[in-house]
Design a protein around this ligand. Sequence first.
Ligand code: UFG
Length: 339
Amino acid sequence: MRVLLAGGAGYIGAHTAVALLDAGHDAVLLDDLSGTHSAAAERVARITDRTAPLVVGDITDDAVVEKAFDEHGPFDAIIHFAAFKAVGESTQKPLQYYANNLGTTFALLRVGIARGIRSFVFSSTGTVYADPVDLPFTEEATTSVDLSNPYSKSKRMNEVVLADVASVNPELNVTVLRYFNPVGAHPSGLIGEDPAGIPNNLMPYVSRVAIGSLERVGVFGDDYDTPDGTGLRDYIHVVDLAEGHVAALEKSAPGYAVYNLGTGVPVSVLGLVAAFEKAVGHELPKQIMPRRPGDVAATYCDPAKAARELGWQTRLTIDDACRDYWHWQQSNPAGYAGV
Ligand code: UFG
């Protein structure tokens, strides 16, 4: 299959490009480079020994998407990763988040459908599940658009748009993938997560403490109703997550389908820090802090539907993710900017 990856130079996009190329598909990356670096595309090519063309432009603009089709199409499928994703920033800049995170989808669908794509795969999030009584979350668990921040709301709004578009385009395969917490990096150390400024997410923060650019890990709350009092999350290795996209493309059938991509195994904040300490080989400074506003005690999925229908399941552990993230961090202490 020939696949256009919108946001393909980002963290999950670049890993998915590698997985697609390794599986014998063709991948073209389209990215505005607002949250990543063109070096990611070069490194995708280096890892796979294949070409991975990069088109740079604003993906909310139909003309930019048209250009990708004109220069590198036709495409069988689009995978849409392109989104602003800083949860805190989204509360300060709601208009930019809604405009970008929905506008990219509109342009990709308008052009993609006109140009005859057969499949559209969308990056969604497990944060659309609203009610902790449903844990572990199956795809049938209650979802809400009444979420704590515009980033998460924009993801759920996209799902609603996609379901409606699928219903009037019965020949189109529309697949929504609800990610849990992506972590880790490619084992080569050549591609990985490259957050700008001080990271918000746990593993990148812990890794910056390990490399010495941040002082200590703040553990946001140890009084949750969980086994060690810290928050539980379903951390999925980004290489497993990337393979989930290949499985979704290869198995998708016409209509609208939703799959959780997670491990199903909850890990606590202290559990993740301990796993990272094991990868680094020594303890890291840490401090218990107040709870972070908007956080939930626990979120983790039941990934059985993806196993059953896509033949996909995770292979890698939290220890693998910490080892690979640390390898990427040590090989690229300044991220892609140091390239
Ligand atoms: N945490 C800390 N200290 C930190 C950062 C996080 O204790 O410095 C804790 C949080 O309180 C939470 C857990 O680590 O219990 C995970 O937090 P993250 O910020 O890594 O991830 P979230 O579960 O908050 O999820 C967010 C977004 C999701 C997105 C996910 C991965 O809400 O939409 O990050 O990027 F999918």
